[in-house]
Design a protein around this ligand. Structure first.
Ligand code: MSP
Length: 639
């Protein structure tokens, strides 16, 4: 029997212009969905749009159209983008659809009858842009803690969901199921949030203030709070509560969200489900946020990265690859065109693209374009097969944690190993002798088979490119039909198959062209008026500067710039890599007093860990190390 797999993205606010942040969640979910299909699962993959609420109402009013007309038009931008980015969603849910509104009403009615929802007066601080009430103690300097804008004091009657009573259950659930909320750091944040008493959730808004929402079935003076409405999308897509139970898709496998909306999912949604009598999702995964050239993405900074444009310029698969390769899934990341072009040129064009290109060309040259029959088996062949098997096994495991960047790193080990296999065996030399020609058959077969494996493994990330790769290898069977099962044994490729003409998968961006693109796109944008670039004394004090003495210094092999230092900072000795080899001989550094950044996150450079940074000034290309006019003690703070 086929196993089911259900994965969801958040539903996007319809009035936002889709940017790489939205594309990120959706692409990640798409990769997981495509992989599970390759594994033979019956997959349901849901995305959609969140269409009620204040902002939509206001925007429609400004344009002089009805909110419904407005959202009917706007949601298309998301739908079209997902087609363009080759997203394989099974359905697209809109919260203004009948099927959704029907279930929201059913749930409200049932919970009201069961006294899970009650009416009460409420006094609180309301943030209009966020459409959220805050208590006095939530406020930060009198402003909304989320957006820092002004709040208004409002007293009114409203309806409340008895969320508070599920607090203990939820804490227990999170503690007993480590897979429920990932990554672990985010899980601890939610547990921290739950240390305070959990209050009941206000789930209504007076219609007089906000008419654009789903009316409460038991009181027509009110509409439903957008979050209570929106979260239900994950089940309304499957029909009635009975339909959902029968669908085989609940509980869902992964509920993917950004870190900013983890609480609404982990707390509101889980307790809502509990009250409804359904299980919470098996996993809620909160990914990090993208900044752009180090800055928050925002309209006022004119730095919103638009996926449509990006895809036109660099190609859909390049974007899909970059977003998931660049940053560990779960952490924040920084987008720059420079980094994107770097990945395109090195990982994609030089390593993968070139591997395919030269393999197909050599098959053409030496075997008239047919896949040869492998003959001999040597040491190199065994090592290559072993590597492939290791990569396949590891990739499968890494999908359980949605560790996309590790998956890609792992797959690239096979790309590199295959390139090295060709370099080591040297087809161009083998072709010179009769004996060599026999060996060459095996070498070319194995290179091609390795490429087929790469095509299957990379298909979830870069579907179009991998289809092209398969075509070039002459494989007609669709990758979806080959599946992960086709990787169980080496030798899936049929000898005698006619390969196709080599085509470049990822054209390189040449330096000149890159420089032009970067000048246009990565140039610092005009910053907002209130951003003076200044920091507060508190921000400065976060940098832990200390005195230290260099005990040992040696050049890092194969590096022009790096010196490995052992620095005594009084309490301990730190290993620090400094890029100063061009200005100093290691022996001249020993015994010098330096200033180091002691709380810098450790990082690896050329495989060596560096636990800090030495302060130096670049004086026209020659470096000067910051120091003191008298000898200080060790480990003293510098400010
Ligand atoms: N409508 C709500 C979600 C309701 S789900 C029942 C919403 N929509 S949103 O359009 O504002 O955001 C949708 C997703 O985009 C969130 O997961 C959010 O984290 C993500 N991102 C928005 N900006 C982002 C970045 N700059 N970087 C990464 N993801 C970001 O919230």
């Amino acid at each position: 029997k086929m196993k089911n797999f259900y994965i969801t993205t958040p539903i996007y606010y319809v009035n936002d212009i889709p940017h790489i942040g939205h594309a990120y969640t959706t692409i990640a979910a798409d990769v997981a969905a495509r992989f599970k299909r390759l594994e033979g699962y019956k997959v349901f993959f849901l995305t959609g749009t969140d269409e009620h609420g204040q902002k939509v109402q206001q925007a429609a009013k400004d344009l002089n159209v009805t909110p419904q007309q407005h959202v009917d038009k706007l949601h298309q931008r998301f739908k079209e983008l997902w087609v363009k980015l080759n997203i394989s969603n099974s359905d697209f849910i809109r919260t203004t659809e009948e099927r959704h509104k029907r279930l929201v009403c059913d749930i409200l009615q049932t919970l009201h009858e069961k006294d899970e929802i009650y009416r009460d007066s409420y006094e609180g601080w309301y943030c209009t842009p966020c459409e959220r009430f805050w208590t006095e103690k939530d406020l930060q300097e009198g402003n909304c803690p989320d957006c820092q804008r002004k709040v208004e004091k409002i007293k009114e009657y409203n309806y409340f969901f008895r969320m508070g009573k599920y607090q203990d259950w939820l804490i227990e659930k999170i503690k007993s199921d480590p897979h429920f909320i990932l990554p672990a750091s985010r899980r601890n944040e939610v547990l921290g949030f739950l240390e305070k008493p959990l209050e009941d959730l206000c789930i209504s808004r007076p219609k007089s203030r906000l008419p654009w929402g789903i009316p409460l079935p038991f009181d027509e003076e009110y509409v439903t709070y957008v979050w209570f409405d929106a979260l239900i999308n994950y089940i309304s897509v499957h029909g009635s509560l009975d339909d959902i139970r029968a669908s085989g898709y609940w509980p869902s496998d992964h509920n993917m969200v950004g870190k900013d909306i983890l609480t609404t999912h982990a707390v509101y949604w889980s307790t809502m489900l509990k009250a409804i009598g359904l299980e919470p999702p098996k996993n809620i995964f909160a990914h990090g946020w993208w900044t752009v050239n180090g800055q928050k993405m925002s309209k006022s900074l004119h730095n919103v990265v638009e996926p449509n444009q990006l895809a036109d310029q660099f190609g859909v698969d390049v974007i899909r690859y970059f977003l998931l390769r660049e940053v560990p899934f779960g952490l924040d990341g920084d987008f720059s065109h420079k980094a994107l072009i770097g990945r395109l040129n090195s990982d994609l064009a030089n390593n993968l693209g070139n591997l395919l290109n030269r393999s197909v060309n050599m098959m053409k040259k030496y075997f008239n374009g047919t896949i040869p029959e492998p003959a001999t088996t040597g040491e190199e062949d065994i090592a290559l097969k072993k590597k492939a098997q290791e990569v396949i096994d590891e990739v499968r495991k890494l999908y359980d944690e949605l560790a996309f960047n590790k998956i890609l790193q792992k797959i690239w080990e096979l790309v590199d190993t295959t390139n090295q296999y060709i370099d080591k065996t040297g087809p161009w030399n083998l072709a010179k002798t009769d004996e060599g020609k026999e060996r060459l058959k095996t070498v070319m077969y194995n290179a091609a088979e390795s490429l087929r494996i790469l095509g299957v493994l990379l298909f979830p990330f870069m579907p179009k490119s991998c289809e092209s790769l398969m075509q070039q290898l002459g494989v007609e069977k669709k990758i979806e039909e080959q599946g992960m099962a086709s990787l169980d044994n080496w030798g899936g490729l049929t000898s005698g198959t006619q390969t196709q003409k080599a085509k470049q998968l990822f054209p390189r961006i040449e330096d000149k062209q890159a420089a032009k693109i970067l000048e246009e796109l990565d140039a610092p944008k005009e910053t907002a008026k209130d951003d003076t670039g200044q920091i507060t004394i508190d921000e400065f004090m976060k940098v832990d500067l200390r005195t230290g003495k260099i005990l040992e210094a040696e050049k890092v092999k194969k590096s022009r710039k790096l010196v490995k230092l052992k620095v005594d900072i009084g309490t301990e000795t730190r290993q620090i890599l400094a890029g100063i080899a061009e200005s100093f001989e290691p022996e001249d550094l020993i015994g010098r007093t330096v200033i180091i950044v002691a709380n810098l996150k450790p990082a690896k450079l050329m495989g060596i860990e560096s636990q800090g940074m030495v302060l130096a000034a670049n004086n026209d290309g020659s470096l000067l190390i910051a120091g003191f006019d008298q000898e200080p003690g060790l480990g003293i703070q510098v400010r």
